[in-house]
Design a protein around this ligand. Structure first.
Ligand SMILES: [Zn+2]
Length: 410
């Protein structure tokens, strides 16, 4: 099947990497990014221009993979038959609420384009779409942005369902990987909220035009005398003098870690506090939470899972609707093994000239093979060949994980 990934985070972030690479440390982009690139995915749309290495770009050239950088129209007009990556921004895309719609595509636009390209492939496709920043806005306790990110994702879901219904042979599974922030409509701060109308509950938050971070980046360059008017312009809120002082005192502290924006004493956090105090919303934490999450499934023949499920059951369902010949675990056990097993009885060594990218060197008779970590291109007697899968290397046990079939190349 053809395979695609659409995200709004940088491409080696947790969820896209989870679907396309292996490593024990999620922040090790050095190990994750090349694996994702060497997977030869049919489609990848998301963020992370700044993470591309010259080696990855060279591989795209060799493979004929089209790379679109910061060019929304080039993406929307693309209709080629080949593999295509489109990246926006150095790292993640902006929040949808802060997005310039002429320059940066929406997640719905990226999803629609991905489906258009993948659905032309003969044997069907698997597409993973992540509304990556619902979670980030929740970490930041940024209600307006969280709601807006969810609505943007919902629009992308609409594109998928629209296609699946017309196609008649496609299932759509919508799930969140975990709860976050203990968000509630209703707060002890806000007496009588249970008698408010929907309109009353959402009026204030509907007036917020930017994320806390988006407003922060504007306020950082705003002279103190104009703080109140600028704040009102983007939120509809008249700041009290006390609130103004809080903002000015935190003005220069810009929290770079998105998981800490909601809790540390930075400008974005203090903006969020002021905005939240004007609503009847509550948050219990700036971290992940353990409640059950929504699972929604569309299946053309109505074969949908129901009731309370474990995440592993959802994985089993995905394997089933993907039409795998046997389980992922069985396939993995059959296809891959550790290098001492694959090359048993042959002479091999590990070249660590480049400590981040060791190379497995194997020799038998007159045949020499070089297998670089995190790549799918090996060399046999100096000539490049397609390994057919990305080779995973784990430094902790100094082991390469690779296709058993490599043994037959000797
Ligand atoms: Zn998170």
């Amino acid at each position: 099947k053809a395979v695609g990934v659409v995200v709004t985070c940088e491409f080696p972030h947790a969820t896209p990497a989870d679907f396309t690479a292996h490593h024990y440390k999620r922040s090790n982009y050095k190990a994750l990014a090349p694996q994702i690139a060497y997977q030869n995915l049919d489609v990848l749309f998301g963020g992370g221009n700044g993470i591309l290495t010259s080696d990855i770009k060279k591989h795209f050239e060799n493979k004929g993979t089209t790379l679109i950088s910061d060019d929304r129209l080039a993406l929307l007009n693309y209709s080629g038959p080949g593999k295509v990556w489109a990246l926006f921004g150095e790292k993640a895309l902006p929040y949808n609420i802060d997005r310039n719609p002429d320059k940066v595509p929406s997640i719905a636009e990226m999803t629609e384009k991905a489906i258009e390209l993948l659905s032309k492939k003969e044997n069907g496709f698997f597409l993973m779409v992540e509304g990556s920043q619902v979670d980030w806005a929740a970490h930041a306790n940024d209600a307006a942005t969280m709601i807006d990110e969810y609505l943007a994702f919902d629009e992308a879901v609409g594109k998928a369902i629209e296609f699946a219904k017309a196609d008649g042979n496609t299932a759509v599974v919508i799930i969140s990987d975990h709860g976050n922030s203990g968000f509630s409509i209703g707060s002890s701060r806000c007496g009588g909220y249970d008698r408010l109308s929907l309109e009353d509950l959402f009026r204030t938050v509907s007036g917020y035009k930017l994320s806390n971070n988006g407003l922060e980046s504007i306020l950082i360059d705003t002279p103190p005398a104009q703080f109140k008017s600028v704040f009102k312009k983007y939120t509809g809120i008249d700041l009290t003098n006390e609130e103004l002082e809080t903002l000015l005192s935190s003005k220069n502290y810009n929290e770079p870690d998105y998981t800490k924006v909601g809790t540390s004493n930075n400008l974005a956090h203090n903006i969020g506090k002021i905005l939240n105090e004007r609503t009847c919303f509550g948050f219990t934490t700036g971290g992940h939470t353990g409640e059950e999450v929504l699972l929604a499934v569309y299946h053309p023949q109505g074969d949908v899972p129901r009731g309370n499920m474990r995440n592993t059951d959802v994985n089993r369902y995905l394997q089933e609707v993907s039409g795998l010949e046997s389980s992922l675990q069985e396939l993995s056990d059959r296809i891959f093994a550790k290098h001492p097993e694959v090359f048993k009885g042959m002479s091999y060594s590990i070249n660590r000239e480049n400590p981040d990218f060791p190379v497995l060197m194997v020799k038998k008779g007159g045949t020499r093979m070089e297998i670089p970590a995190f790549s799918s291109v090996g060399r046999k007697n100096g000539k490049p060949f397609d390994i057919g899968s990305v080779v995973v290397y784990i430094d902790k046990n100094d082991t390469f994980y690779l296709p058993v079939s490599l043994r037959e190349m000797f």
